[in-house]
Every structure is written in structure tokens, then in C-alpha cells.
Design a protein around this ligand. Sequence first.
Ligand code: C2E
Ligand code: CA
Ligand code: CA
Ligand code: CA
Length: 278
Amino acid sequence: TKESGRGTRMFYEPGMEGQPTELLQQEHLLREAVFQGAFALHYQPQVRVADGRLVGFEALVRWRHPVRGLVGPDEFIPLAESRGLITPIGRWVLHEACRQLKAWHDEGLPRVPVAVNLSAIEFRQRDVVGEIAQVLQSAGLAPQYLEVEITESALMQQADHTRTTLQALQALGVAVTVDDFGTGYSSLAYLKRYPLDKIKVDRSFVTDTPADSEDVAIVTAIIQLAHSLQLQPVAEGVETAEQLALLRRLGCELAQGFGIAPPMDAQRAREWLRAQAE
Ligand code: C2E
Ligand code: CA
Ligand code: CA
Ligand code: CA
């Protein structure tokens, strides 16, 4: 049964039910992937709502699975987190994103930042900022071209550590986005306590706009809240022209979503970047 896997319920997939050996095998394969760096980054454009111009990319990790091909993060990040593999995977992601951006810069392409997702476990590491600084330095990338996305729920843990870490990131010059905003059931007080740069309106609030008037009210409120706190709102999961029109009307600066551009491999992301120069 699902329960027999000791806290492993969330990453069971169809076909894996009742097969702990399958899970062990996936863990073994994932360890091997970490050893070999068998991952890939896809890049999703983030654009300015007013004119559709590219303002940056979000890097999204995929596992190059030997049998299943490219596997999305929702299917292996939880396993990685529970097996102590998220730290090396996160380090690979950070390295690869910085290396790629630097390579594009060196080609003379427009200089836009890349945003990397940090899991709560990575964010809790004692010297996470030292490590980020070191990766930036070894890649030769200036800190203003890196952003980190941290979920609201990760920010709510360990207030002292969170404050110190965010202050250190700010001092380094790395911008911070609150990811999945509105889903953390948290107090809003932290928004003024911590140095933050952007708020990402969770996709679940955007999906049913403009038809769902409650969701429109929530998105409107989040955008207003962001503005009154001097934070930049970003809407994610934008799939339709109607959603984009609503965001424009509400004064939301930035947006991301399949309706604008899907996550793309590095080669296709490069084309997007190149088109910006024309
Ligand atoms: P997220 O940070 O909320 O990332 C956005 C997810 O929404 C991505 O899924 C993206 O492909 C998807 N998406 C983008 N636009 C649309 C849209 O218009 N409609 C819909 N339905 N979906 C859209 P992906 O790549 O599968 O990533 C899922 C989650 O995995 C991410 O959610 C993030 O929490 C996590 N993740 C991704 N890369 C990393 C990483 O390098 N490290 C860590 N720790 N987590 C990662
Ligand atoms: Ca994100
Ligand atoms: Ca999100
Ligand atoms: Ca999410």
C-alpha cells in the first residue's frame, strides 16, 4: 500500500503502488543522475506586461531519466528532498544557470537575469549565501543577473535565519522573489520585515480569471498589496489573452505563462533572447 513506504506518499506515481523496490530503484537512479549531472534546465521567459518585452528567465530543472526521458521536477524533487539529494541537485542547477547566462552574455546577447528556485531545505542551509556567491564568482556572472525564488512557506520558517539570509542576499545584490504567494496560509507581516523584491501571484489564482470574480478579487488584492509595499508583482500561469489583458488593466508589471512562452531548452531560449536584440 501507499502507507508502507514511510513518508513517501507524495511521490508515488501511477504504476508504483505497492512497489517499494520501484522506489528504491528510482532513488538509486536519482543518485546516479546526481553523480553524472544528468539534468537539464529549461528556461521560461518572464515578460513586461505593457509591451511583451523579455525581462528575464526562470530556470526549471528536468531529470534526464535513462528510461523515461525528461522527467519534470514535481516527480523527483520530493524524492530528492527526502533522500538528501536536493542539495547537490540545487548546486548543479545554480551552476548551470549561471554558466549558461554568462555564456549568453559573452556572445553579446541582451543581458537579462535568470531566476533559480531554492527549495526550503536549500534555503535553510547555513551558508546558502556563501555558496551562491561562490558559484557566481566561479561562473563569472555578476550578482544582479541572478534572482532566487523562495516559496512563501519556506520564508515562514526560522525567522532569524530567514532575516539574516535575505539580508545577505540583498547585500550580495541577488534579488528575491516570493514564490507561490497566497498559498502559504501565512501572516503578511513578513512582507515588510524582510528585504524582498518580487511577489509571484500563484498560478492557482490566475487560472480561472477573468471569469471567476473571486479569483479576480484575489489577484487584484495581491497586486495592490505588492505595489503598496514597493514590491514588483509577477503573475504566473498566464495562458490566455484575456488573462493578460486583465493583468495589464490591474497594473501588474510582469507575467509568465504558457500563453506567453513555455519553458524551452537552452537553444530555443537563446533564440528568444536573440530576438530581443532586433
Ligand atoms: P514553480 O516554481 O511554480 O514553476 C512554475 C511551473 O509552472 C513550471 O513547472 C512551469 O512549467 C509551469 N508553468 C509555467 N507556465 C504555465 C502555465 O501557463 N500553465 C501551467 N499550467 N503551468 C505553467 P515545472 O517546470 O514542472 O516545475 C514545477 C515546480 O518544480 C516549480 O514550480 C518549482 O517549485 C519546482 N522546481 C523547478 N525547478 C526547480 C529547481 O531547480 N529547484 C527546486 N528546488 N525546485 C524546482
Ligand atoms: Ca518558481
Ligand atoms: Ca510558482
Ligand atoms: Ca508551484
